[in-house]
Design a protein around this ligand. Structure first.
Ligand code: C2E
Ligand code: CA
Ligand code: CA
Length: 652
């Protein structure tokens, strides 16, 4: 037979070009790169062996029979090996490899390799793949299965490419489908015209296309920066985490960048980023990754001993200005070091963990590297989630207001109640105000939440339903952030007036421990609201600083003793003494006392004996929704009888 060898020669040359191109550029170590290299090597081997194969076939009588078998067998195996590697390459780039189906498909590829090796290795004895008879090359009974195996792998590759969930671009999808179709066409040609040795040539052309579209090193490099991009970062960290290797990510974020973007334009901003990246690259040999926005990272494998050298350099460098367009720009850098897998074992969450850690870096600690713990990241994540929920809840006014009845010893009824905000999220369930109020205060959302709560309280009272039961006023919690608003008093009066609520029906509670802001504004607000008829209570007295100056300085009418203070007195005589002295001190200042957290009759009794005017606690009722609160008020005489009078009688 006259074989046409030109294609193989061209394939050989092309293959050398692809390998040279691949080796000449900066490359990122990835699994897909390994498969790509393997494909190149197998193709080179396959082309060389194909040429040998032709030689042996044409000189069967001169070459020993075992050489014929070896050359033909290894040549078939190499060519099929390219298909197998391509198959594994597709599983890797589509991310299917790590799925359950991927594991099955990987097993299938090993089975195919085993089958092909067995078939070709035993063919001299079984004559199943090919054999030589009377000096002539013959196809065996299972010869077509060599083609069939390759075809099956190609078809599965197309399916995997088209239906994989991982984001590969349409262009990439098209390339892989084109690769698969090209290879199978070459196969068909060679199946029918055996002398046209075109398969290797087609494979080498396709490899060149693959190199430019999928395998291009640009894919892992950040345009214009000559540093690796976030895709490379994810690939590398995924590889390390997948192999349970320990490593630390030193991430840093530039601050003060908004100024550059706004004043000098985005283009200058980008140029500045590029020069920061360049300087970092030049000063250390470790690979730098650009994570987007103004964030960069280094990865330290095995030991962290070099990390301080890098972080110190960054700190030192940022002490002096950078230059962009001839202008000196001062930037600051926040640094954090995330240890994996201890702090973040899950690959999908690593970037989030880094972002959260950078977010947690304190502005005042610019010169330190922040090493977050797993717990801190989880807490920060929850607080970010809650902020998100709060924003939605503010938009949709999802907050509810519950009321907790307060017993008045003088009125002998539940003539007061405290309004307490409630938030329920469909996924997280009930979120306690102790958790979300501080978050709302930090994000400033407390102003809107405070408004929603206050409006709901006023609307509820406007129905006049509570007045019937002799409720004199409702206590509403005010955050210090609200109290620092200069026009708070006007705003609150407006809401009360809109609902025609007598101002004396509102008592505002403020927590002393928070009172470290501008006391002048707080005092102005208090005085203006008191003038309108409202009153004020100090909340949580007995925790924090319990500063008597505070009681003297501000016009409070009520003092709310904190529940922990009450509970401590339960089991501790000294605490009881402090409590009773505190009560008489407050009394002598002409202030009224509300005891919070009353849970037992015994507590209620000694608090009343001590001269507490108001009792609030689960012993009477937890905070309840408006309708239940009205029901409670309807039955209140019965409740007082059961909870106080009958007990007193029984104890007498
Ligand atoms: P707080 O102002 O000290 O409110 C009293 C808290 O003690 C309420 O918790 C109430 O349910 C709870 N409590 C009352 N009696 C008992 C008792 O006998 N046993 C126990 N274990 N707990 C009792 P809640 O509703 O979870 O509120 C927690 C904190 O959230 C409040 O403490 C207050 O600081 C804040 N908060 C609640 N609603 C608002 C609001 O509308 N605005 C602002 N700024 N803060 C609010
Ligand atoms: Ca309160
Ligand atoms: Ca309290």
């Amino acid at each position: 037979m006259d074989f046409i060898l030109h294609y193989d020669v061209a394939a050989f040359l092309l293959c050398i070009i692809v390998i040279a191109l691949f080796l000449s550029r900066k490359h990122f170590f990835t699994k897909s790169n390994t498969f790509f290299c393997l494909m190149c090597v197998l193709l080179l081997e396959s082309t060389v062996l194909d040429i040998f194969r032709v030689y042996t076939l044409q000189h069967l009588d001169e070459v020993p029979l075992w050489v014929d078998y070896v050359v033909n067998g290894v040549s078939f195996l190499s060519y099929n090996g390219i298909q197998l590697t391509f198959f594994r390459y597709i599983l890797t780039i589509t991310g299917v490899e790590d799925t359950k189906i991927g594991k099955v498909l990987k097993a299938v590829s090993y089975a195919a390799l085993f089958y092909l090796s067995l078939l070709l290795a035993t063919t001299p004895f079984t004559k199943l793949a090919f054999y030589f008879e009377d000096g002539v090359y013959q196809k065996g009974f299972l010869f077509l299965s060599l083609y069939f195996t390759a075809y099956s792998l190609i078809i599965v590759s197309i399916f995997v490419t088209l239906y994989s969930k991982k984001e590969i671009t349409r262009y990439q999808k098209l390339t892989t489908v084109f690769m698969a179709l090209g290879t199978s066409t070459a196969y068909l040609i060679q199946l029918f015209w055996e002398n046209i040795l075109i398969s290797n040539f087609v494979a080498s052309v396709l490899l060149l296309i693959l190199y430019h579209s999928l395998q291009s090193p640009r894919e892992y490099l950040e345009e214009g920066m000559d540093v690796y991009n976030s895709k490379a970062f994810l690939e590398k960290t995924g590889y390390l985490l997948g192999r349970k290797k320990s490593f630390t990510v030193l991430a840093f974020e530039l601050d003060g960048f908004q100024f550059v973007n706004q004043i000098m334009g985005m283009e200058s901003g980008r140029r500045l980023l590029e020069s920061v990246a360049k300087e970092c690259q030049e000063s250390h040999k470790g690979d730098l990754y650009y994570l987007g926005e103004t964030k960069f990272a280094y990865i330290f494998e095995k030991n962290n001993s070099e990390l301080p050298i890098y972080s110190d350099w960054i700190h030192w460098r940022f002490l002096s200005a950078f230059r962009v367009n001839g202008v000196r720009v001062n930037l600051t850098a926040k640094l954090c070091a995330v240890c994996c897998p201890e702090v973040e074992p899950e690959h999908e969450k690593l970037l989030t963990a880094i972002n959260l850690s950078l977010q947690m870096c304190k502005k005042e600690n610019y010169m330190e590297v922040y090493w977050p713990t797993k717990e801190e990241i989880v807490a920060c994540q929850r607080s970010t989630l809650i902020t998100h929920i709060l924003k939605r809840a503010v938009r949709n006014k999802e907050f509810e207001v519950y009321f907790q009845p307060i017993y008045s010893a003088q009125d002998k009824r539940f003539s007061v109640a405290e309004a307490l905000v409630r938030l329920k999220d469909p996924e997280l369930g009930f979120i306690p105000p102790d958790e979300f109020i501080p978050i709302a205060e930090r994000s400033g959302l407390i102003l809107e939440i405070g408004d929603i709560v206050f409006k709901k309280v006023c609307e509820f009272m406007a129905s006049k339903a509570v007045a019937k039961f002799g409720v004199r006023y409702i206590e509403v919690n005010l955050s210090m952030v609200q109290c620092m608003q200069e026009n708070l008093h006007k705003h609150m009066v407006e809401i009360m007036d809109e609902n025609a609520i007598p101002h004396c029906m509102i008592d505002f509670e403020i927590t002393e421990t928070y009172a470290n802001g501008d006391n002048h504004v707080l005092l102005q607000n208090m005085e203006a609201l008191i003038e309108k008829g409202c009153s004020f209570a100090v909340d949580d007295y007995g925790t924090g600083f319990s500063n008597t100056d505070y009681l003297i300085e501000f016009p409070f009418e009520l003092v709310k003793l904190d529940k922990s203070f009450i509970w401590a007195a339960d089991s501790n005589e000294k605490a009881k003494t402090v409590l009773s002295h505190t009560a008489s001190m407050i009394d002598s200042l002409n202030l009224k006392i509300v005891a919070e957290g009353v849970e037992t009759y015994e507590q209620a009794k000694y608090l009343l004996d001590m001269g507490c005017e108001f009792l609030q606690g689960y012993y009477f009722s937890p905070p309840i929704p408006p309708q239940k609160y009205l029901e409670f008020l309807r039955n209140s005489q019965q409740i007082i009888k059961e909870k106080l009078l009958d007990k007193a009688e029984a104890n007498a």
